[in-house]
Design a protein around this ligand. Structure first.
Ligand code: BGC
Length: 513
């Protein structure tokens, strides 16, 4: 049967190829340290802001849980590597816990235990032919640095730079793809805008913007350190990754509100780095400065960049990191209408109200499913920042799975991967890789263990945190193996498709004769 299928795949040529990913396109899956490692106080590791937040405010996590043990990947990492290999991943994206490597937050003491943990993990991946893709900051700031102001203190750019230098020095010979910071929009705007994430500080319209500026500078610092000190010998790639929520106008005449929301969500972190001119998106900067003035502030709440800072940041990328989950609609607020907080139900600084369309199924508190938005968002990036190489570094769906047959997740991946193919083939967007979030169920921040996003289920009651593949894991594995979407979950090119293509081809041959 395989031989016949192969023969016809040559016969049907283009039709079959159109469902194929380009040669060299890579597939991966991702996790993050606080969400999987556990071992929160082992050896000399110190507390991160998530350790403190979840211990001191258990009420802030829906099920009162924390990441003390999580998936116990600190002990079970060999099983994680085995899973990455079972899936056939080309790369595995994980993050380094700053406090596991540098218990003081500073570089005066590097933990032997932390050093060894990540080194072993990297070696084991490479032994299986899987590339490690390493995130340097996935939200677990050392509490010791938070006590000094954390991301609102401008000195954090230096502290972060020093930490990244240690990581490049230890692992740069083996790690060729680095992600400096993960989704600043969430740990700055969503966090300071609501207090729902660590450090649990509410500072609407102030803390978030300070954090934005310092994050952009910290990223640039980390990129420049790599560029100057490590790139010549290691030849790797470094960038940040943003979460991109798609915004579309509720009606055509509301386009301006969607454009503004896209700039406030994505442009704020992308424009300074990826645009030709650098700095904050101009219209955004103007509006926030004006609003700040009206409110009596002597300077804009969005701290301006100096010319020197603009230059320091501009061009500090080797790819465009792109995490994607969901979409919102936008419209201009009516006169006198109260606008909800950014980034939840509105953007008060822009007078924009957010909502969703009724036909976008709801997957969780915040994920509404709209696969086409992925293609639109990819094109938007190309239109805004040119033909940049896009790495999709997260995409996935939350559920409350009770069994392993997660057909809704299979559909989610298939529908989104279809949009990636369309973006590549029809819109000529340069996309080099795709990453499923997440490889295994884990601690889903303020949603605790309630939301499941894993290709593999984790039994959080079992001492070994047993992992078992869901239907979506089998599906994703087949996609990777065939490098195409023409697969069913048993890793076969679907019989229906073959029958269809066969009949189609035979008809054409008859017509030609
Ligand atoms: C984050 C992950 C998180 C996922 C699902 C992303 O924004 O990077 O850490 O688990 O969303 O909520």
């Amino acid at each position: 049967m395989k031989f016949i299928q192969h023969f016809f795949s040559i016969l049907v040529g283009t039709a079959y190829c159109s469902r194929k990913f380009p040669p060299g396109f890579k597939f991966g899956a991702a996790t993050a340290a606080y969400q999987i490692e556990g071992a929160w106080n082992i050896s000399d590791k110190s507390e991160s802001i998530w350790d403190v937040f979840s211990h001191e405010r258990p009420g802030a996590i829906v099920d009162g849980s924390n990441g003390d043990v999580a998936c116990d990947s600190y002990h079970q990492w060999r099983r994680d590597v085995e899973i990455a290999s079972e899936l056939g991943l080309h790369f595995y994206r994980f993050s380094i816990s700053w406090t596991r490597l540098l218990p003081n937050g500073f570089t005066n003491h590097v933990s032997e235990d932390g050093k060894r943990y990540y080194s072993d993990l990297i070696d084991a991946l490479l032994e299986k032919g899987i590339q490690p893709v390493v995130t340097l900051y996935h939200w677990d700031l050392p509490q010791s640095l938070q006590n000094l102001g954390g991301w609102t203190n401008p000195l954090i750019a230096d502290w972060f730079g020093q930490y990244t230098r240690v990581a490049y020095t230890l692992y740069g010979d083996r790690v060729k793809t680095w992600i400096t910071i993960n989704e600043p929009v969430i740990y700055c705007q969503a966090s300071y805008g609501s207090g729902l994430h660590a450090p649990g500080i509410i500072s609407i319209g102030l803390g978030g913007y300070l954090c934005s500026k310092n994050s952009v500078l910290a990223h640039a610092k980390a990129w420049r350190i790599y560029d100057e000190e490590f790139r010549p010998k290691y030849k790797g790639k470094v960038s940040l990754t943003n979460q991109l929520t798609w915004f579309e106008p509720v009606t055509e005449d509301e386009q301006e509100s969607a454009d503004l929301a896209l700039q406030l969500w994505t442009g704020i972190y992308a424009h300074p780095i990826f645009s030709e001119e650098g700095g904050w998106p101009a219209e955004l900067e103007k509006r926030i400065a004006e609003k700040s003035r009206q409110e009596g502030y002597p300077v804009s709440r969005l701290p301006p960049f100096t010319e020197e800072e603009k230059e320091f940041v501009r061009g500090t990328y080797d790819f465009f990191g792109f995490n994607f989950y969901t979409a919102r609609t936008t419209r201009k607020a009516k006169a006198g209408e109260e606008v909800g907080p950014w980034p939840f139900t509105g953007a008060p600084d822009l007078g924009v109200v957010l909502s969703v369309r009724a036909d976008w199924p709801r997957a969780s508190d915040w994920i509404f499913i709209y696969p086409k938005a992925l293609r639109l968002q990819l094109s938007w990036v190309k239109q805004q920042y040119g033909d940049v190489d896009i790495f999709i570094l997260e995409n996935g769906i939350a559920g409350h799975d009770t069994d392993l047959d997660d057909q809704y997740r299979v559909k989610f991946y298939r529908d989104h991967l279809e949009q990636v193919l369309l973006a590549i083939q029809e819109d000529d967007v340069k996309v080099s890789c795709y990453t499923a979030w997440t490889m295994i169920d884990n601690f889903e921040w303020s949603d605790g263990y309630r939301s499941k996003l894993g290709l593999y289920e984790v039994d959080f009651e079992a001492p070994a945190r047993t992992r078992r593949p869901r239907a979506s894991a089998h599906y994703y594995k087949s996609v990777i193996k065939s490098h195409s979407l023409d697969v069913d979950i048993n890793n076969k090119i679907t019989d229906e498709l073959y029958n269809f293509l066969f009949i189609f081809r035979v008809r054409i041959l008859i017509l030609k004769l």
